[in-house]
Design a protein around this ligand. Structure first.
Ligand SMILES: Nc1nc2c(ncn2[C@@H]2O[C@H](COP(=O)(O)OP(=O)(O)OP(=O)(O)O)[C@@H](O)[C@H]2O)c(=O)[nH]1
Ligand SMILES: [Mg+2]
Length: 290
């Protein structure tokens, strides 16, 4: 069989996580309209006939402003070190810019075989898609695929191109294991996702979620205790919302998704807490499991 590790890289918000979920066929990574949603490498496994592709969803590459930002870029670099091929995602709704070029150059320097995906074609005019494809063609990557990750359209050609690029190799994951994340991590991510789209400006970056307990109780209800961590006192009130509305809304949306996912009744206990400027402190970032 053919198999390999394939990082999915690109600028923030281009649709990498949406694409990985579409390719794997299950939600393994959270997505949101806010940049820097993904904070760590997340493996999502595609199984086909005599083919296993271990996609690695990565944080968006950008100019770092904080210790967390610098760490996110380092995480992507690490994913490229043991890549068998890579998927490079660009956004068809905007022109290819210096941020994309920087990533393309990094891939070319690393000598990685690349499938370049021009994503969000559902919301870009056809002539814009053609223009992006023409500009990207200058990089001379192995293949170019226009897609809509959101609608799940034209994803099969990506897998077909990778099949040709990947070496003969072992099955790295059992076929019934779509991701290697722990249950605690996945639960925390699903909770974080429900807050991201409701928060604005700096707050999405300032929020971390740490799951402290997942306990099946005697009454059959699973109790999930999680901390919402923000950086400043002034942010506490914002994540809680006026009269607790935001935490209630986001919490109940998270609970519904967790009940479907864990096939259990869930009692979700969310508490907000300040860890001063956690993004700036590498020690705090480690402790938060990022
Ligand atoms: N219209 C449209 N929207 C898309 C498509 N793919 C992704 N999106 C949207 O773009 C936003 C960002 O998607 P993500 O998958 O979170 O992007 P990402 O590249 O993983 O972002 P980071 O993890 O922050 O780097 C979300 O609101 C998605 O719904 C697409 O094909 N079409
Ligand atoms: Mg992402």
């Amino acid at each position: 069989m053919r198999s390999g590790f394939v990082p999915v890289v690109g600028r923030p918000n281009v649709g990498k996580s949406t694409l990985v979920n579409g390719l794997v066929g299950t939600k393994v990574a959270i997505t949101s309209p806010r940049p820097q949603t993904t904070r760590t490498n997340i493996r999502g496994v595609f199984n086909g006939d005599d083919l296993q592709v271990v996609f690695v969803d990565t944080p968006g590459i950008h100019r770092p402003r904080t210790a967390l930002g610098a760490r996110l870029n380092a995480i992507v670099t690490a994913s490229l070190a043991d890549a068998d091929a890579a998927v490079f995602v660009v956004d068809a709704t905007g022109k290819i810019g210096p941020g994309d070029r920087l990533i393309a150059e990094r891939l070319i320097d690393a000598g990685t075989s690349v499938v370049c995906v021009v994503n969000k074609v559902d919301v870009a005019p056809a002539d814009a898609v053609v223009e992006r494809l023409a500009v990207a063609a200058e990089w001379d990557f192995a293949a170019y695929v226009p897609t809509s990750a959101l609608q799940g359209s034209n994803l099969t050609p990506i897998v077909d191109e990778l099949r040709a690029l990947l070496p003969e190799g072992p099955q790295f994951f059992p076929p019934d294991m779509p991701t290697d994340q722990t249950e605690e991590f996945l639960v925390g991510e699903i909770i974080r996702e429900k807050f991201l789209s409701r928060l604005r400006e700096e707050l999405p970056h300032s929020l971390a979620v740490v799951v402290e307990e997942i306990l099946v109780q005697d009454n059959g209800v699973t109790r999930v205790v999680a901390k919402l961590i923000v950086e400043r006192d002034s942010q506490l009130g914002i994540v809680v919302g006026k009269g607790g509305t935001l935490i209630k809304e986001a919490g109940s949306e998270a609970r519904e998704e967790l009940e479907r996912r864990l096939a259990a009744r869930i009692h979700l206990d969310l508490r907000a807490k300040v860890v001063k400027d956690w993004q700036e402190h590498p020690g705090a970032i480690e402790r938060l499991g990022l």
